[in-house]
Design a protein around this ligand. Structure first.
Ligand code: BGC
Length: 421
């Protein structure tokens, strides 16, 4: 059969297109994360748009729930079966674990080209490195030790914003009398642990907190201060509602948004939730450092790792994403929705966001005074093995009033010892 002029040109176009699609950098970019709440989803869409603007196809791999525990379980299965996504949100010492197992791409070329050394605060650089090389790209700094306050409830109950435990419990009593749930707490182990984390930071102080939860020092872990932190946790039981068991964190923040509860102890991703519900800071809600932690900063840094690519085009997509993450535009837009600080301190904070300003001031103070503390409950001080053993002990204690604070302290120490072994 003779080829007509038309069919020949179509054939040629076909070949050109096929060749182009092989050589083109545009590819599917699968990104694992757990940002599924209203505020988190807004932030995630900034990432998605940025990736799409570079000509890539975003393939969403969102596994919500339990502050990433579900996402990490899914990731393990995918990685073991030889099919990890191109990029994944992984944090803290877990980064080193994946790097040690040989899964991660070295990012030194990008770090050098993009001057990460100048952009990432010194204490956070180590977390992103394995054997002196970058294997993760940080995107933000969340402060964990916050108390979120529903101002309408406080006004109705004539309560003062807490600054210490005496004023915290006084406000809780007033809120209760006025018919509010004083403390909104989702009964998931990580949420109870997030509350305990701030309690421990407050009672032990940043130095001993680090001895206990970073160094696992026996003396610090078995100290009277840990007993005191458990005692305070027990006292909080009477202020939470009965239907908290299994409730996720954003539905828990909802209780403040809907004016049913007075307070929540949560990292500043909660601020993203208030903003997503069009609530104004200073009117509907406000933030204050958890009692006794004004000068401390419990940090939680979100970061992305990149699994070793299978092709040049995958590698190029990863390079594009990793380079984009530290651009001022992404840093500004993403963190505005996420409730976190940009990792880059040269990026201005959203106008009028007093919580962000307080957070940055607290970070700078803590950095200068050695009170920056990696958050245990958000996987910055230890791997998930130790972390989940700690969660079990805290959760068991909170829901079992028969256990004494001293018993819980000893159980915590034993759990940490055996998880490390
Ligand atoms: C993550 C945040 C996330 C939060 C709740 C934290 O561990 O660092 O990015 O918003 O969990 O899902």
């Amino acid at each position: 059969m003779r080829m007509t002029h038309k069919s020949l040109s179509q054939w040629l176009i076909g070949i050109v297109l096929a060749a182009y699609s092989v050589a083109s950098p545009a590819s599917d970019v699968e990104v694992l994360h757990w940002w599924t709440s209203a505020g988190e989803a807004k932030a995630a869409s900034v990432l998605r748009k940025g990736i799409e603007q570079q000509g890539h196809q975003w393939q969403d791999f969102a596994v919500g729930g339990r502050a990433g525990i579900s996402a990490m379980n899914t990731l393990r299965i995918r990685a073991i079966s030889g099919n990890p996504p191109l990029a994944a949100q992984i944090k803290g010492p877990e980064i080193t674990e994946w790097a040690r197992l040989g899964f991660l791409r070295n990012l030194d070329d990008i770090a050098e080209a993009e001057h990460w050394e100048e952009k990432i605060p010194a204490p956070l650089r180590d977390v992103m490195q394995y054997q002196g090389s970058y294997v993760a790209a940080p995107i933000n700094i969340h402060r964990v030790n916050w108390l979120w306050v529903n101002l309408r409830a406080f006004e109705a109950a004539n309560a003062d914003i807490p600054t210490d435990f005496a004023s915290f419990f006084a406000a809780a009593d007033k809120l209760q009398q006025a018919g509010y749930t004083p403390l909104a707490l989702g009964g998931e182990p990580w949420q109870v642990a997030t509350l305990f984390d701030s309690l421990a930071l407050s009672v032990l102080g940043p130095q001993d907190y680090q001895r206990a939860f970073l160094d696992f020092d026996r003396k610090a872990l078995l100290s009277d201060d840990v007993v005191k932190a458990f005692t305070l946790l027990a006292r909080m039981r009477q202020y939470v509602d009965d239907s908290g068991q299994g409730r996720n964190w954003s539905d828990t923040t909802r209780l403040l948004i809907d004016n049913q509860a007075g307070m929540q102890v949560m990292g500043d991703w909660a601020k993203g939730e208030f903003f997503a519900a069009n609530q104004q800071e200073g009117k509907a809600f406000t933030c204050v450092a958890f009692p006794g932690t004004k000068n401390a900063f419990s940090y939680n840094v979100d970061s992305f790792v990149f699994f070793k690519p299978n092709s040049q085009s995958e590698r190029q997509s990863q390079t594009d994403i990793a380079s984009y993450l530290l651009t001022p535009q992404f840093q500004r837009d993403f963190n505005r929705y996420k409730g976190s600080l940009p990792i880059r301190f040269d990026v201005p904070l959203p106008k009028g966001d007093r919580c962000a300003q307080q957070s940055r001031d607290a970070f700078i103070y803590a950095q200068e005074n050695g009170t920056l503390s990696p958050s245990m409950s958000h996987g910055l001080s230890t791997t998930r093995y130790v972390q989940s053993a700690v969660f079990d002990v805290i959760n068991e204690f909170f829901y079992n009033p028969k256990q004494t604070p001293r018993e819980a302290t000893e159980a915590l120490y034993r759990a940490i010892l055996s998880a490390q072994a």
